[in-house]
Design a protein around this ligand. Sequence first.
Ligand code: C2E
Ligand code: CA
Ligand code: CA
Ligand code: CA
Length: 275
Amino acid sequence: VKERGGSNISVLTPDDHERLSRKAAIEKHLIYALDRKNLQLLYQPIVNLANGKVERVEAFVRWTDSEIGVVTPDELIPIAEENGLINKIGSFVVETACLQLKDWKSKNIDLQISINSSIHEFRDKDMAKMLLENLKLNDCHPSSLMIEITEKFALEAEAERSIMTQMKNLHQEGITFALDDFGTGYASFRYMLLLPISSIKIDQMIIQSITKQERIQKLINGMIQFGKSLDFQVTAEGVETNEQFELLRAMGCDSLQGYLIGHPMTAADLEKWLG
Ligand code: C2E
Ligand code: CA
Ligand code: CA
Ligand code: CA
């Protein structure tokens, strides 16, 4: 057994065993779940402050396995990135989102869906093709889809020509890209101009600290003005209180997202919520 702070001989502890067997179980069950499309997307409303309307939703993957129980994205996505199943999750997300767009269109519900993408998905050279095919199949204009990428993704993409090319092609077709978790990464801004990014999403940890300190308010205000001066559309995520809402509105944020506005919900619940 591994000793606390002791030697660096690594023998697995009971905890390690539990973690590894859970991981193995997740891998095994995920393959079945993906084959049966037994995952789900929830949609969280994003309000456009210019007109007070919900014009975009962010899609989040949800998976509850009958044996393992709930597997949150924070556990699921890293495992899937490691074992390569992320590409299948990505296809599921794209297919489901495009079907949803078609369904909403038939109900005269005009919403853009923003999906989260891992760089592993873009290492598949057919990613752009897959995206455009799904959109076409469901009669959806590419502008109805937004793709959220992290700063880490953006930094790596800068060095991978084939990913840059795919992003540029998708951008030309009308798909928009947003930079997720802005402000938590590397403060390297070059990629913001190199990649076809049109939106930034200020990270929820920063947003949630907003009311505590004047300097944090100044920092967030600076981030918003910085984004706007470069013509990015600026979204704040993780808005939970009226105080945060009002401050961000006053600072000129373009759109807000968070539990205060609405939790991620099923498409049916979202339709009811929209009224
Ligand atoms: P993210 O893209 O930064 O998403 C925001 C997370 O915060 C989501 O958690 C969302 O449910 C949660 N959230 C939204 N509003 C609030 C709020 O007001 N307060 C708080 N405390 N939380 C809020 P979730 O769904 O568990 O997803 C976690 C992360 O997993 C996401 O972070 C994203 O990076 C990743 N992820 C989720 N779905 C997908 C997916 O379909 N594909 C990929 N590649 N990644 C995904
Ligand atoms: Ca996101
Ligand atoms: Ca985020
Ligand atoms: Ca995040």
